[in-house]
Design a protein around this ligand. Sequence first.
Ligand code: ATP
Length: 433
Amino acid sequence: MNRILSKDLKNHSGEDVLIKGHLFQKRIMGKINFLIIRDKEGLIQVVLKDKNEIDKIESIMDESVLYITGKCIYDKRAINEAEIHDPKIEVVSKVKEPLKIEINKPEIHANLDTLFNNRAVVLRAPQKRAIFKIQSIMVQAFRDYAIENGSTEIFPPTIVGTATEGGAELFEIKYYDKKAYLAQSAQLYKQIMVGVFEKVFGTAHSYRAEKFGTSRHMSEFIQYEWEMGFIESYMDIVNSAIDIIKYMKKNIEEKCSDEIKLLNIELPTLPKKIPVIKFREAQKLIKDKKGIDNTSEIDLSPMDEKMISEITKEEYQSDLIVITHFPRVKTAFYSMPDPEDEEYTLSFDFILRGEEILSGSQRINDYENLIESIKRKSLNPNDFESYTEIFKFGMPPEGGFGMGVERLTQQFLSIENVKEASLFPRDVKRITP
Ligand code: ATP
């Protein structure tokens, strides 16, 4: 007999079926007895009457693996519109000790540390599973969009000999008899690959020794990486990134309605026209509308990001805002200066529901200008040789972005801490499980 999954069960009414899954919940109440079985797609209700079968299951703990054959009965009120009657149960893998956290409740009450300590079990909870189901649909949408738009997927290395961006956030590792580093981003490699494929994308792991336990930083995270050659303007990249985010939303709506319902969330509002505002204009808006004067600062603080989001939500009914033209002193040396005012760059950040999710820019594609830009930051060009070298060999006008996979999931699903959007989060204190 072939296994039938929860979502498909209603199409087999009247048939004898085999279901397989974990025991999610047991309600042995005497006259009416139910089992709820959890499979990869959802839940199935099993109605138990036979005393032998009840005895078999009495001492079996939640999450044990069961194979059950029985009659499938259509019932509109049942979970997934069908249930199993007259079951014969086979216990395939018995749970050996009670779970430390109950995962079959509408709300799981535990602090983050307890949740992460018991991650392997907690991830089985339908509310947690839903986060990662949606995340996987988002990644798939990104991949589909990128391929459809003529990009090629690449797999950059994460062990690197030199640091592209340098800084104190670098993880040093022992590499045979040398020092090596964990990549902070795929910057160099995606730019190299523009010379090969013109448009490239990937999802790459990034490592940063973030010293503080914030609700938006981890030591290891994933970035949607995108780089595009032969562009006319930095706005080509901005528009592609907006389209990608809208495409992800559309895919979630189409493929994850159950998960959205379960999480009881609203996806971000993304109107036809997403506001695109220059950095200095954003500061001025904050000053005018919120009375807080940060106009002499060279970057937006997390508080600024929240305020500008509130302002644009009210004015444009958009949860997403794009801020462009960050000051040159703040942006990475490889960002292209704005030809109209060289103190600023053709760079951009995307802020979704008050938090940065994406950073990008048009890049300097001329060797001499790049060396000049490195020196301007009081850095030594020799330290960046493996990066700058590719610009001796012809590079088209190009640019790209990095967008945090977990950050985007966090903001899409209104999750408080980014770590909840990572399967096995790593931070300054946590490296297990
Ligand atoms: P922030 O200002 O929030 O610290 P950043 O400017 O250092 O971020 P970028 O180097 O521009 O970040 O990285 C691109 C994207 O990667 C960010 O927009 C964010 O979505 C994500 N990201 C960056 N650092 C982290 C981190 N430590 N943990 C999780 N996601 C991160």
